[in-house]
Design a protein around this ligand. Structure first.
Ligand code: G3P
Length: 219
């Protein structure tokens, strides 16, 4: 499973990139707002750091506006993927952009039928938001297995990005299902690395090592 980082923070992306984990980046208007900087500048900086796909979201609600924004966004860097909301106008825009060869990430997907329509429109990626479904007492992760099955039934190439990931269990379940990609906030990436038994194991090894007389005498 590929790992994308879900952030617009250049600092977080730099730190995660050092770990050799980052296959791509997803941003959205909320994440951009947290940076409080010019979004185009932020995207340019991110694209210079990461060779994989970087999703940048449009804010228009009409297909023509979305397509215009997409044309501007792809000028920023060659790895830009245009993020489009899953509404009727969004599907129209995806159809146009996919015919032009512009890569799209259809976002705010909450049902398997929405995901089916996005694939039919030619989406490169679909982003089902599992945490937000959990928030309203639905098993968000079930949506991922449903979409995976539907896409396999009809040989769609649209890749599933598990989004709105809130914890390591989401990541583990996404990988068990065989999702193509999980886009993960930096804090959750850190949680994936840590295990209390790893930490206590290191402490014990170091304590035991200090007890070797030859090690102490050598000092
Ligand atoms: O990738 C989508 C993500 O940014 C939304 O996450 O936690 O706001 O539902 P969240």
């Amino acid at each position: 499973m590929k790992i994308f980082i879900d952030t617009a923070s250049v600092k977080a992306i730099k730190e995660a990139a050092c770990l050799g984990l980052i296959d791509g980046v997803t941003t959205n208007p909320t994440l951009m707002a947290k940076e409080a900087r010019n979004p185009e500048q932020v995207l340019k900086e991110i694209c210079a750091l990461v060779s994989g796909p970087v999703s940048a979201e449009v804010v228009s609600l009409e297909s023509a506006g979305m397509v215009n924004e997409a044309h501007e966004l792809v000028k920023l860097a060659k790895n830009i993927v245009v993020k489009i909301p899953l509404i009727k106008e969004g599907l129209k825009a995806v159809k146009i952009l996919s015919a032009e060869g512009v890569k799209t990430n259809v976002t705010l997907c909450f049902s398997s039928t929405q995901a089916l329509l996005a694939a039919k429109a030619g989406a490169t990626y679909i982003s089902p938001f599992i945490g937000r479904l959990d928030d309203i007492a639905h098993e968000g992760i079930n949506l991922i297995s449903d979409i995976k099955k539907i896409y396999a039934n009809y040989n769609f190439n649209t890749q599933i990005i598990v989004a709105s990931v809130r914890n390591p269990v989401h990541v583990a379940k996404a990988a068990l299902i065989g999702a193509d990609i999980a886009t993960i906030p930096y804090l959750v990436i850190e949680q994936l690395i840590k295990h209390p038994l790893t930490d206590s194991g290191i402490s014990r090894f170091l304590e035991d090592y200090k007890k070797i007389p030859q090690v102490n005498n050598a000092k």
